[in-house]
Design a protein around this ligand. Structure first.
Ligand SMILES: N[C@@H](CCC(=O)N[C@@H](CS)C(=O)NCC(=O)O)C(=O)O
Length: 323
């Protein structure tokens, strides 16, 4: 685990001392956008045009943020438009690596870096910006033509995928419809702060106070969602939206990783009947199950976070993720 400082890799764990033991996530650095032909402006450096075969998505099957992007590739039928590859689940002194390892081959996703044959994900960041300073995170949406990172922010990447390639794929499913945008933004905000990022705040806290400060709102939100889902199929009603998929990738990791490793152990998702049924409903959406690789998920968290789990043992359970 580390970060780039002026283009040089430095191996260091998150600094929580400056924030009273709290984990504070840094902002993503690359926030450009892909536009369909009719709205693309070639004079704007932040604009990239929607084109088949031009972009590559680097993911980790372990990472909930990258998982959102992969789920949208499936939901929006972008497999033939955007190529994808995956890092090794172990994120150690060099950060994310493109190691080949037959134990972690995934039948559904190419492993490694087929574009540059780099060893480390940080080399993509320095190729895009030689003096980059900051964290090296996945997902990374890469432009093969301009040889740079379009975006390393999953919230943006899924909105790009929701819309930009519709003309090319003919898939017009809309997971962020204008009439529901305000309500989606509102629920996303709460779920991001207390659940998606909330589990990390619990897990990476280094004081009891910081841990408890994150744990209480996390379970308040899960209790709130349990009630909300008692009379509807999805967070906004009968239609799936972006908000569901942003939540899905955290819920699917919850009982296997966040409950134990991140000490989010008041209740499991299995203990919430409506959340449990909702998680199963989303998992069973066509092509989504193939995006869930529990071996990568468990190995990544338990093996990579040596400050939390120094023995690096990967626990065997849970026996089941949902009923
Ligand atoms: N805001 C980013 C966060 C991505 C992120 O933090 N990814 C984690 C993996 S789960 C990562 O790459 N962490 C490496 C690090 O923090 O150094 C997004 O949503 O895309």
């Amino acid at each position: 685990m580390g970060l780039l400082v002026d283009g040089k890799w430095v191996d260091q764990w998150y600094d929580t001392k400056a924030n009273q033991g709290k984990f504070v996530r840094s902002e993503s650095a690359f926030r450009n956008w892909i536009y369909p032909k009719n709205t693309y402006n070639s004079n704007d450096a932040g604009h990239f045009p929607a084109q088949k075969g031009r972009y590559h998505l680097y993911i980790s099957l372990a990472c909930p943020w990258a998982h959102r992007a992969l789920a949208f590739i499936k939901l929006k039928q972008l497999e033939e438009i955007i190529s994808i590859s995956c890092v090794h689940p172990d994120m150690l002194e060099n950060g994310w690596e493109f190691k080949q390892d037959r134990h972690f081959d995934d039948p559904n996703v190419t492993m490694g870096d087929p574009l540059h044959h780099f060893d480390f994900a940080y080399q993509l960041y320095t190729k895009a910006e030689p003096n980059y300073s900051g964290r090296v995170t996945v997902p990374i949406l890469w432009d093969k033509e301009r040889q740079t990172i379009v975006s390393n922010e999953s919230a943006d990447i899924i909105r790009i995928f929701n819309h930009a390639f519709n003309d090319i794929t003919g898939n017009t499913l809309d997971f962020y419809p204008a009439e529901k945008a305000a309500e989606i933004d509102e629920i996303n905000e709460r779920i991001y702060n207390t659940v998606n990022n909330g589990v990390y705040k619990c897990g990476f806290a280094t004081t009891q106070d910081a841990y408890e400060e994150a744990l209480t709102p996390l379970f308040d939100t899960l209790d709130f969602l349990e009630i909300r889902l008692s009379d509807r199929l999805y967070l906004l009603g009968d239609e799936q939206t972006e908000a569901d998929w942003r939540l899905f990738t955290t819920l699917i990791r919850f009982d296997a990783v966040y409950f134990g490793h991140f000490k989010c152990n008041i209740k499991r998702i299995l203990d919430y009947p409506h959340l449990n049924a909702y998680l199963k409903r989303l998992y069973e959406v066509p092509n989504i199950a193939s995006t869930v690789n529990l071996q990568h998920i468990k190995r990544h968290y338990y093996y990579s976070h040596k400050t939390i789990n120094p023995t690096q043992l990967v626990p065997a359970g849970p026996a089941t993720l949902f009923n």
